[in-house]
Design a protein around this ligand. Sequence first.
Ligand code: FAD
Ligand code: NAD
Ligand code: ISD
Length: 426
Amino acid sequence: MGRDFVYVILGGGVAAGYAALEFTKKGVARGELCVVSDEPVAPYERPALSKGFLLPEGPARLPGFHTCVGANEEKLTPNWYKEHGIELMLGTRVISADTRRKTLLTATGETITYKYLIIATGAQALKLEEIGINGSKAENVCYLRDLADATKLVNMMRMCTGVNAIVVGGGYIGMECAASLVMNKINVTIVFPGSYCMGRLFSSKIARYYEDFYESKGVNFIKGTSLSSFVFNSEGKVTGANLKDGRYLHADMVVVGIGARPNTSLFEGQLTFENKGIKVNSRLQTSNTSVYAVGDVASFPVKLFGDTRRLEHVDAARKTAKHAVHAIMEPKTVSDIDYLPFFYSRVFSLSWQFYGDNVGEVVHFGDFSGTKFGAYWVNNKRLVGCFLEGGGNDEYVAIANAIRLKPVVLDLGELERAGLDFVMAV
Ligand code: FAD
Ligand code: NAD
Ligand code: ISD
């Protein structure tokens, strides 16, 4: 069995949805484009899974958050793909790829041939077993990567009102899920090995603010240690956890967020890799000229900082996807991607955004006992990064514009005194 397309998008997540929309804007013909996804639903805004989807009241549900509503663009329901003549192969896992022959093989034995391939396979949650702990398959242990995980977590939260959850990991998933668990009236203990939460991005001072806020909501932080093993009952449910520092924690449910791994194994040995991702040029093209990579799997040049980065964030997925389609469909007019790294989160009543790079010296500003504060990162006398909690839209736009210019900063004290006024005046 074989199917033949001009363009194939492998993966059906955020990048796939934004790429599909861009293909239609660039005039793809009916029957030319196929999206192959092992998920049972059309591409959706994955960030909604750790935010709106977990709310106890009025939760977000599909079709409400199909791409591309996260960027205020069209909502691509399954019908949209049909109307545009795009083949949406859902529940279809690709088990091997041959970039020389330009073919993909599905788990059901179907061969898909392409002229151009866009790899948009994203990432998967790291499993506890990968850090030497058994228990991932227990019915009360949850991960959060896809709709099935989020549905299991919601069902678990409904059964666990008033009881105890352990959250393993103090990164994005750990912090966003802990907030949702609290909103669902579950007692939360977060365990992670670092000395403060969100260690990949936050300074210790920023982290302290969020940890204090969470503690005011009843969350218990156990830092500087990690799980050594779970304790199970006779039905195989987790009832508690032993920590490496000797402590024991009772648990009715567990949520695990210990990092992600890009889904690149189909292309190992066929394409060039960097930063555990598929290396692409400024047009998102891999070492094979017919193959492009976007989203979480792509290691792409970040012109602003003169290096190659793999960013596991939704804005990068959306923009790399659009850029790759532009490069494929209109190669003569496409310029080099010029991406400004952008990360954000929303928990409880809090909301922050970060632009740029968190390297160099940190200068904090604003009111850390109030609701609006931030930090700048200055590297080699240039402003390279800015974090702001509680800002308004104009301020976030000003930050993004300023960071793109990397203005010179000679006096850190002056920068601290100016605070947000510094970027507003750039
Ligand atoms: P994905 O969206 O993961 O899509 C990959 C797709 O490929 C999936 O459909 C997958 O099933 C499919 N696939 C993989 N392998 C195969 C195969 N062999 N055959 C067929 N299909 C395959 N980022 C932010 O910036 N802000 C946020 O608030 C935010 N919240 C998040 C919340 C959660 C719960 C998660 C998990 C991530 C969040 N992120 C957030 C990160 C963001 O969602 C990702 O960076 C983004 O989804 C990456 O898009 P992608 O298309 O590369 O990968
Ligand atoms: P992460 O890298 O943000 O955090 C991993 C956490 O696990 C860290 O706190 C780390 O200290 C901890 N950890 C590592 N080993 C551990 C151990 N042995 N025991 C306990 N903790 C351990 O990864 P994540 O939170 O799992 O997120 C997964 C992916 O989803 C990432 O790509 C992330 O960018 C993405 N995501 C992003 C957002 C957002 O941008 N707002 C929200 C949710 C998810
Ligand atoms: O970027 C996002 C985000 O944070 C979400 O929750 O996209 C989703 C959508 O806004 C959900 O509708």
